[in-house]
Design a protein around this ligand. Structure first.
Ligand SMILES: [Zn+2]
Length: 309
């Protein structure tokens, strides 16, 4: 997500899913051995890192450094590494990445730094990489992304990047943000889904619902010909209890939803967009929330603040 006005969150409390208030036990993670840090421990490190495989790392920026607590991803090929997103500024991400590369026997490996989209909580660590040797930091606009990944027709066509024995597909998915992409890794059958699909608030401006829906439709089509076991997104904002979300709490995120969503979540999000009637409304679902918002809220308030005047 991105930074939003505090008023927004009081309004969000009204949007919790009243039909699902029965307490459910937190689902254990299928992918990760440890729970993600909850922000409660004052000594929590700036990053928590867990491996999916020896060449695939997930880094979570601590809640104690930002309520956004973004998830970042480091994929290693034979020739180069790919960092997906750089989080919120103010922490030493470059040092963390170089440490992981060194520890895995890849010190100094050439690096591509890309972003799922250009919001500040996904590009905030870029400055640390601009003078890193053998490093490319991809730009933030759709034009920059299309040019780097060889996307000849944005957003209808996909691009790709060869890391050496491991090629990722890059799918334009505008809606949440104009340059949003998802990254598919065939080696792990994971879709890195950014802020377009994740267990949290799926933000979009009222007039972007159509673009967002079209993007999710393209991802659904892609999933018919590519095995997608898991979606790993940019944040966790949902609680383990279905339909309930956290606000901007930095230090009290006990009972978070797990990070990973099954591939079937693509169909769930598609169905949510397909179910939008005359105009998009703030609508909670068990594992995510549609959060349309006007560019300028003016006198309107959720859940109906996209209603045409
Ligand atoms: Zn975000």
């Amino acid at each position: 997500m991105t930074r939003i006005i505090p008023f927004f969150f009081s309004a969000l409390l009204l949007a919790s899913l009243s039909a699902c208030e029965t307490q459910e036990a937190a689902k254990p993670s299928t992918l990760f051995a440890q729970a993600w840090n909850s922000g409660i421990d004052a000594d929590e490190p700036a990053f928590q890192v867990q491996e999916i495989r020896a060449d695939t790392f997930v880094l979570r920026q601590s809640l104690r450094t930002s309520f956004e607590a973004p998830f970042l991803y480091l994929l290693l090929g034979e020739d180069k590494a790919l960092l997906i997103d750089t989080g919120v500024e103010g922490v030493d991400l470059r040092g963390e990445v170089d440490g992981l590369l060194a520890a895995s026997g890849h010190a100094g490996m050439p690096l591509v730094v890309m972003h799922t989209h250009g919001h500040g909580d996904h590009v905030g660590g870029d400055a640390g990489f601009v003078d890193r040797p053998d490093t490319i930091v991809v730009g933030h606009t759709a034009e920059d992304v299309a040019a780097f990944f060889g996307i000849d027709q944005w957003p209808a066509h996909n691009g790709a990047l060869d890391l050496g024995g491991r090629t990722v597909d890059v799918l334009p998915t505008p809606g949440h943000h104009a340059s949003h992409v998802m990254v598919y890794d065939a080696a792990t059958h994971i879709m890195f889904s950014g802020d377009a699909i994740y267990p949290g608030r799926l933000f979009f401006e009222c007039d972007k619902a159509g673009a967002y829906a079209t993007s999710i439709g393209r991802v659904a089509d892609f999933s018919e010909t590519h095995q997608i076991d898991w979606l790993l997104g940019g944040h966790v904002e949902m609680k383990a209890e279905a339909g309930q979300s956290f606000g901007q709490e930095k230090n009290s995120r006990r009972g978070e939803h797990v990070l990973e969503l099954p591939g079937s979540a693509i169909g769930d999000v598609k169905a949510a967009f397909d179910g939008i009637g005359d105009y998009p409304r703030v609508t909670p679902f068990p594992e995510f929330m549609l959060l349309p918002h006007p560019e300028n809220p003016a006198a309107l308030s959720p859940p109906d603040w996209c209603k045409p005047l």
